[in-house]
Design a protein around this ligand. Structure first.
Ligand SMILES: NC(=O)c1ccc[n+]([C@@H]2O[C@H](COP(=O)([O-])OP(=O)(O)OC[C@H]3O[C@@H](n4cnc5c(N)ncnc54)[C@H](O)[C@@H]3O)[C@@H](O)[C@H]2O)c1
Length: 246
C-alpha cells in the first residue's frame, strides 16, 4: 500500500507521460483523469489504512466541476456520484443543443441516478458575477467545497496566421482567466475543508517546439492553466503539502 502525507491542502500539478490516444499532449486524458482521481482516492484511503475498494472516497464530498455538461467533466461527475458525492455541475449549456450532447440539467439528473446529490448552475467562467453565483449556490446547498475541478476549456488548433484574435481571447479568457478566477473564488472555502484539492485539466510544461507548432495560442492557454496550479502551490506553500508523483 502506498502511504502519502496529507496536509491542509494538496495542490498537485500533475506530470504524467505516455500517450495512447494520439492527442496533442503526451498523455491520454482519460487515463490521466482515472489516474489522478485514483491518486486522490489512494491518498485518503492510505491515510486511514483501508483499501481503496472498501470506502468510497468521494462520499459526502462537495465537488465543483467546470465544463461538467459533457465529455470528461461529465465522466468525472458520474464517477464521484457513484461514491455518493455532492456534485456541482458548472457549464454554459443549460438548454439542449442539437449539435452537442448534454446540458447541466441532464448531467445533474444522471448524477442523482448514479447515487450522488446534484446541483446544476449555469455559468460562463469568464463572468465573475456568475462565478460568485456558483459559489453562493454551492454553499447554500452543500455548506462547503472540498474539490474544484478546473476542466472547462476552449480549443482552436490553428497556427498564428490563421487564428482570429477573438479565438485567441476566448481561449485565454476561459482556459487561463476562468481557471484562475474559479480557483480564487473557491480558495476561501477550500481552506476550511479537511482534505481539499484543486485539479486542473492541463498538461506538463514542456518547452519542446513540437508542443507549440501549429497551435501556439492554444498551447499557451493550456500552459497558463498549468501555471495557475504551480503558482497557487507556491503562494500557499506554508499551508499546503506538495507531493511529488512517485
Ligand atoms: N478530450 C480529450 O482528448 C482531451 C485531450 C487533451 C485535453 N483535454 C482537456 O480536458 C478537458 C475536458 O475536455 P473535453 O474533451 O471533455 O471537453 P468538451 O469540449 O467536451 O467539454 C467542454 C466543457 O467545457 C464547458 N465550457 C466551455 N466554455 C465554457 C465557459 N466559458 N464557461 C463554462 N463552461 C464552459 C462546455 O460547456 C463543456 O461542458 C479540457 O480542459 C481539455 O482541454 C481533453
Amino acid at each position: 500500500m502506498r502511504v502519502f502525507r496529507v496536509g491542509k491542502l494538496c495542490w498537485q500539478p500533475f506530470h504524467l507521460h505516455g500517450s495512447d490516444d494520439g492527442g496533442i499532449f503526451p498523455f491520454s486524458f482519460f487515463t490521466l483523469v482515472g489516474h489522478v482521481w485514483g491518486k486522490m482516492f489512494a491518498e485518503q484511503e492510505s491515510d486511514i489504512g483501508i483499501l481503496p475498494s472498501v470506502k468510497p472516497f468521494f462520499k459526502g464530498k462537495t465537488i465543483i466541476i467546470t465544463g461538467g455538461s459533457r465529455g470528461i467533466g461529465r465522466k468525472l461527475a458520474l464517477r464521484a456520484a457513484k461514491d455518493g458525492a455532492n456534485v456541482v455541475i458548472v457549464a454554459k449549456t443549460a438548454d439542449p443543443n442539437p449539435k452537442l450532447p448534454g446540458t447541466i440539467f441532464s448531467v445533474a439528473a444522471e448524477v442523482e441516478k448514479a447515487g450522488g446529490k446534484a446541483l446544476a448552475v449555469p455559468c460562463d467562467i469568464r463572468n465573475d458575477e456568475q462565478i460568485k453565483n456558483v459559489i453562493d449556490k454551492t454553499i447554500e446547498k452543500f455548506g462547503g467545497i472540498d474539490i474544484l475541478v478546473n476542466n472547462a476549456s476552449a480549443i482552436m488548433l490553428a497556427d498564428t496566421l490563421n487564428l482570429d484574435m477573438k479565438r485567441y481571447d476566448l481561449m485565454h479568457d476561459i482556459n487561463v482567466r476562468g481557471t484562475f478566477a474559479m480557483s480564487k473564488a473557491c480558495i476561501p472555502y477550500l481552506m476550511k475543508g479537511e482534505n481539499p484539492h484543486i485539479l486542473n485539466m492541463s498538461p506538463p510544461l514542456s518547452m519542446k517546439p513540437h508542443w507549440f507548432a501549429g497551435h501556439t495560442a492554444y498551447t499557451m492557454s493550456k500552459y497558463g492553466m498549468s501555471m495557475v496550479a504551480l503558482g497557487l502551490s507556491a503562494e500557499l506553500e506554508d499551508k499546503v503539502f506538495l507531493r511529488n508523483e512517485a
